[in-house]
Design a protein. Structure first.
Length: 299
């Protein structure tokens, strides 16, 4: 094997690059977050003992669907991605993956993911996955250039994966599933407001309509972030009230939510790139910690 690598250094060096490009095309880090919320939704919805084989099938099918949606999103936005500094090196605008290849891969993964969930899990989880893809690709993606409502619309497919997991485990989408949807939906708002304000010039260059586009002071983005963090603080306790987790979860949620609100208020007070960046990183820390609390306090 070493001789082959030395004899064809171009091939050897191109493989990691191709794998990296595929990972970027399907937004691997975002997809991993989707899988985390899906797995938590399945675990919380499952009756003991948890069927880990069914959990794997659910996560696998959702992974394919999420990866396909991400690839279709990048295919659709390939021209505007070329206009932004933060996205112009993505595989399609950089010319490393042909648009037709991305379109075929995205469509194939999307169809496969939905079909896999329908056949191996259940019809409800497949329908939810199909709705997620449809809203993300055909509503959120074009809306980014026409309305500032795109963030709220985009948060809908981002919040459905835990419901997919719940539906796969239980076959319904009762109050417990909706409580998870609300948490992930609200969490996305300050998360994306922070990103949008930090990269507002880039978004404006591409013609994306964000609430940060003409918000040079950061007042609108920061005040909206505080508003949604407070809503999240109040409503993240719903899983305990609907009987998904024990009330031990409540103080953990209040501490995490309180810290999140405090960091959002710091952003409102300072309105600097550093305070926006801190809110962004705080959002990244908040969600997995809250999901861990949900898992550990499940009834």
């Amino acid at each position: 094997m070493k001789t082959m690598a030395v004899g064809n250094p171009t091939l050897a060096s191109s493989r990691p690059g191709f794998v990296s490009d595929l990972a970027e095309l399907v937004k691997a880090r975002l997809t991993l977050l989707v899988l985390l919320t899906t797995a938590v939704g399945f675990y919380l919805g499952a009756e003991p003992p948890v069927d880990f084989r069914a959990l794997f099938h659910t996560v696998f099918g959702t992974a394919a669907a999420a990866a396909g949606a991400a690839a279709l999103n990048q295919w659709w936005e390939r021209r505007v991605d070329a206009l932004m500094r933060r996205t112009k090196t993505r595989p399609i605008p950089a010319g490393r993956i042909a648009p037709l290849q991305a379109l075929i891969l995205g469509a194939a993964l999307s169809v496969f993911g939905v079909a896999y969930l329908a056949i191996v899990c259940n019809a409800l989880s497949a329908v939810l996955a199909a709705i997620t893809i449809a809203i993300y690709v055909f509503a959120y993606t074009p809306l980014k250039r026409t309305s500032t409502a795109n963030t709220a619309v985009g948060a809908i497919p981002g919040a459905i994966p835990p419901m997919i997991g719940w539906a796969a485990a239980r076959g319904d989408i009762g109050p417990g599933a909706w409580s998870l949807f609300i948490i992930v939906f609200l969490w996305q708002m300050p998360h994306f407001f922070a990103i949008a304000w930090m990269f507002r010039e880039d978004y404006s260059r591409a013609g994306f309509r964000m609430i940060s586009s003409d918000d040079s002071t950061g007042e609108r983005s920061a005040s909206q972030s505080v508003f949604f963090c407070i809503l999240l603080l109040v409503l993240a306790g719903l899983p305990a009230f609907v009987g998904v987790v024990s009330y031990v979860y409540q103080p953990i949620e209040l501490v995490l939510g309180g810290l999140f609100v405090a960091i959002a208020m710091r952003f409102l007070r300072l309105r600097t790139p550093g305070s926006a960046r801190l809110l962004f990183f705080a959002s990244i820390a908040y969600l997995p910690l809250l999901l861990a609390a949900l898992v550990l306090t499940k009834i």
